[in-house]
Design a protein around this ligand. Structure first.
Ligand code: ATP
Ligand code: MG
Length: 243
């Protein structure tokens, strides 16, 4: 089994149950507010951003939503590996492509080339593409906004997979583009002062924090239910929404 597509391949695993719970909470928020674009970030590397983003995307697609995942981690993009899609033309090339501009009458062709179908029904991915020399600057040249505006109304849910906020500035630039920001932290890894710093950084860029997901929560009792996911049982991944 491909471990990172657990919701697709093991829908009854504890971690899938946790993701389902997360989807329910976000759906409630969506219904209340009309939000439909979300950015999932964390303070440091390897906390589970890409894992949660891809599985949440699968979960939404299974509730009959048309979902797009945009891999905005131009340095360590992972969504193409998770979904097994081609990464030769990805977001980084599009951000370098001077045909991506509002006045281009064939903009739809440029952007359609970028969006990859996946084996999961209703789920589409924009892969990160080749690692560019200047990822942070690429997000500031205005092309991301053109792409995002073009796509925004074509999907029910759009999820951004981004780098950790305390490592590179790219996420700072992106966090006010999504309707809501979800901060991921992980048990035994994220220190509370660092988490507070992350919150302040996002708020300083006018990112709208809607909740915190606690990932990789070990629970002894889950061992009785599953062999494969004992390391990170995740009844587990919890989301706590602000009011
Ligand atoms: N809840 C979970 N249950 C099982 N495995 C998990 C869970 N969360 C993360 N992982 C595993 O932890 C590893 C790191 O996860 P992932 O790549 O999603 O982190 P990341 O925050 O996106 O890292 P980076 O900062 O490099 O982008 C992966 O091997 C993933 O499969
Ligand atoms: Mg990642």
């Amino acid at each position: 089994m491909r471990r990172d597509m657990v919701f697709y391949e093991a829908p009854k695993a504890p971690v899938s149950e946790a993701i389902r719970n997360l989807r329910t909470n976000i759906t409630y928020k969506m219904n209340q507010t009309g939000m439909n674009t979300f950015l999932i970030t964390s303070s440091s590397p390897e906390e589970g951003k890409s894992f949660i983003t891809s599985n949440l995307g699968i979960a939404f697609s299974q509730s009959r939503k048309k979902v797009l995942i945009i891999d905005c981690d131009l340095r360590r993009g992972k969504q193409h590996k998770i979904f097994g899609v081609d990464n030769t033309y990805g977001l980084s090339q599009a951000l370098e492509n001077n045909r991506i501009k509002r006045e281009n009458l064939s903009l739809n062709i440029e952007i359609d080339n970028l969006v990859q179908n996946t084996e999961v029904d209703n789920l589409f991915v924009i892969p990160a593409g080749r690692v560019p020399d200047n990822p942070a600057e690429l997000f500031e040249n205005g092309r991301f906004d053109v792409i995002f505006e073009f796509l925004k109304d074509k999907y029910d849910v759009i999820l951004f997979d981004v780098p950790p906020i305390n490592i590179v500035t790219d996420t700072m630039t992106l966090c006010n583009k999504a309707d809501g920001v979800i901060i991921l932290c992980s048990i035994g890894q994220t220190k509370s002062d660092v988490l507070l710093e992350t919150k302040e950084k996002i708020e300083s860029m006018e990112g709208n924090i809607i909740g915190v997901v606690v990932n990789k929560m070990p629970t002894e009792r889950m061992k009785a239910y599953t062999k494969e996911y004992t390391k990170y049982s995740t009844d587990g991944s919890k989301i706590i929404f602000r009011k």
